[in-house]
Design a protein around this ligand. Structure first.
Ligand code: IP8
Length: 260
């Protein structure tokens, strides 16, 4: 089974509120169908979640009453994005079903307290493709929290031990330096978890309440420590995802699973 995260900066235009990248999502759905693998899909919130979450300080938990409206609005907007993702998958007959974190996950002190894994298992048994996403959730000590798609990836990888984990991002993979600032930065095609720490990450210039690439790397480290390989691949480049899913060559970064 493959665990795949479709990054928010791939499926939306991150700087512009509520802009879904229909064409990109269409080609991602086509490739996922063509590769025909069992999978769980997680997607980021992109400009449907991060801008609102930042405006309402939702990453800080409950501080004042007006945030409750921001929470409700963010929940509705990420659900809307999820429906667009589902539509794209359904167009290619992928039997995708939505498992929204706001009704299947709870947090305590900004960390996952409970996930309804049984629901994921049941849908997988019935040969559905579960789709979950970055969302806002209830938090026992903070009132509410942001539940990022990356944190869900870590939890789902730990529970399901997928054959491969794939992060679909808007770069070709990891670089020796920040490729947005340094022209000499080169792509790292393969590395161990120890080597991860030596890389600097691309600065995210858009609203991002879930630590951007830095947060992703710490999640990947935890996944790799459990012996699971992780691939980072550019979702804007046609065929790469398909080729990697069927075991063919394509440009990407591979982080080898293995204890640090
Ligand atoms: O885009 C963030 O999820 P991510 C969720 O996977 C919200 O980091 C609501 C901003």
């Amino acid at each position: 089974m493959y665990l795949i995260k479709l990054g928010g900066s791939v499926i939306t235009e991150k700087a512009k509120r509520y802009t879904f990248r229909t064409k990109v999502m269409d080609h991602l759905a086509r490739e996922l169908k063509k590769a025909s693998q069992d999978m769980i899909i997680v997607h980021g919130a992109g400009s449907f979640g991060h801008i609102l979450a930042k405006e309402h300080d939702l990453d800080k938990g409950y501080k004042q009453d007006t945030q409750r409206f921001g929470f409700a609005k963010t929940q509705a907007k990420v659900q809307q994005l999820n429906n667009l993702v589902l539509d794209a998958l359904h167009n290619y007959n992928i039997v995708a079903v939505s498992l929204p974190p706001h009704s299947t996950v709870t947090f305590n002190n900004h960390a996952i307290k409970y996930i309804d894994y049984t629901l994921f298992e049941r849908y997988l048994e019935e040969e559905f493709t579960p789709v979950t996403f970055g969302d806002v959730v209830l938090d026992d000590s903070r009132g509410f929290s942001i539940c990022s798609g990356d944190v869900l990836m870590q939890a789902l990888a730990t529970h399901f031990k997928p054959e491969k984990v794939m992060f679909v991002i808007d770069e070709d993979g990891l670089y020796t330096a920040n490729p947005k600032l340094d022209k000499k930065a080169t792509l790292v095609t393969s590395l161990t978890t120890q080597e991860l720490t030596t890389l600097s990450t691309a600065a995210d210039t858009h609203a991002d309440v879930t630590k951007g690439m830095g947060g992703k790397l710490s999640v990947i480290k935890t996944i790799a420590n459990q012996g699971i390989d992780t691939m980072l691949v550019n979702g804007n480049k046609p065929e790469r995802i398909y080729r990697l899913l069927v075991g063919e060559e394509a440009k990407h970064t591979l982080i080898h699973g293995g204890k640090t």
